[in-house]
Design a protein around this ligand. Structure first.
Ligand code: DGY
Length: 322
């Protein structure tokens, strides 16, 4: 008998086709996140749950006793929406999809950086509203990017890919904060300097780009105090997770112009985005598009297929995180 899977959202068509071929697959035709009660019942009825960042899997949705589910295969690299300890306690394997979304997420971090520095969102809104009065020497002058310092928080795959684009493409100087030492050829080639503390990165950088995981260990890593440490003309870019930043503190800092602006692809309580953020001109806001290209979404799905196939054939699972 084929293993029974539930796919919590609609996935790219080629991936759904392979899943349907290899497994006994149930798709969530409504393409909306499953309620906690439905998620709990999924543990009793399916061998595998194929989750995404839009699902919430705190300990409360896990069954109290033994579950039918033996693997949660996440469509995405970040898995802080899954209580991994609760999964481990119940002998449920958890997998993710590292690597295949590195380039696209780094591209998006750069596009947010450029957009907020060069005021492209603001400019486009002005033009579309018919409010552009023509070229002038002072019109929408933003901040220069080339030659500035980019501070990377979390020098993993995506942090490095962002730093490379910024350094080799835009001549930016790279400093970074990472909890463990990073000293490799790639980092040395771009002359990236590891700073002893986050504070050092915040006080030195013209742009700060976040690339660390979400969840308890990094919750509100960027808070009112850290925002005050940033230069008054610096920008914050977040393509990591919304909970890494204290969103209320960020709104306050932006409203008071304690920092120059922010480019945000992720939010504390997605898909909710505070009205106060939407009112600000010095921010660029995107609906969690980091990995959103056709190619990458298919590649992410194929990674999930690989992980599931290995698991159910009893082979080592390539991207096991628990
Ligand atoms: C990830 O892969 O973690 C992205 O944020 C979305 O899935």
């Amino acid at each position: 008998m084929k293993p029974r899977l539930i796919v919590t959202r609609r996935w790219p068509a080629p991936v759904e086709a392979i899943l349907a071929e290899r497994f006994d697959t149930t798709l969530n035709a409504s393409d909306t996140p499953l309620s906690p009660a439905v998620m709990t019942s999924a543990f009793a009825n399916f061998d595998a749950i194929l989750a995404t960042v839009s699902d919430r899997l705190p300990v409360a949705v896990f069954p109290k006793n033994a579950a039918r589910t033996r693997i949660i295969a996440n469509f995405g690299v970040g898995f802080s929406h899954i209580d991994v300890a609760a999964a481990r306690e119940r002998d449920i394997v958890v997998t993710n999809t590292p690597g295949v979304l590195t380039d696209c997420t780094a591209d998006l971090a750069l596009s947010l950086l450029l957009a907020v520095a060069r005021r492209t969102g603001e400019g486009e809104r002005q033009l579309r509203a018919g409010e552009w009065r023509g070229w002038s020497p002072t019109h929408m002058a933003g901040a220069k990017v080339s030659g500035k310092t980019l501070g990377i928080v979390g020098m993993g795959r995506i942090g490095k890919a962002t730093a490379k684009r910024a350094h080799f493409g835009f001549g930016m100087n790279i400093v970074f904060f990472n909890r463990s030492p990073v000293d490799d050829d790639e980092t040395r080639a771009m002359g990236a300097v590891q700073m002893p503390t986050l504070e050092d990165v915040l006080t030195t950088s013209d742009f700060v780009s976040l690339h660390c995981p979400g969840g308890a260990e990094n919750r509100h890593l960027i808070n009112a105090r850290s925002l005050r440490s940033m230069k008054g003309d610096a920008f914050l870019i977040n393509t990591a997770r919304g909970d890494v930043v204290d969103q209320d503190a960020l709104i306050g800092a932006l409203e008071r112009r304690e920092i120059a602006g922010a480019g945000l692809d992720v939010f504390a309580d997605e898909p909710a985005v505070p009205e106060a953020l939407k009112r600000l001109e010095n921010v660029v806001l995107l609906p969690h598009l980091g990995s959103a290209t056709e190619e990458t979404r298919v590649a992410m799905g194929m990674k999930v297929v690989e992980n599931l196939t290995a698991f159910f054939e009893g082979r080592p699972v390539p991207d096991r995180v628990a």
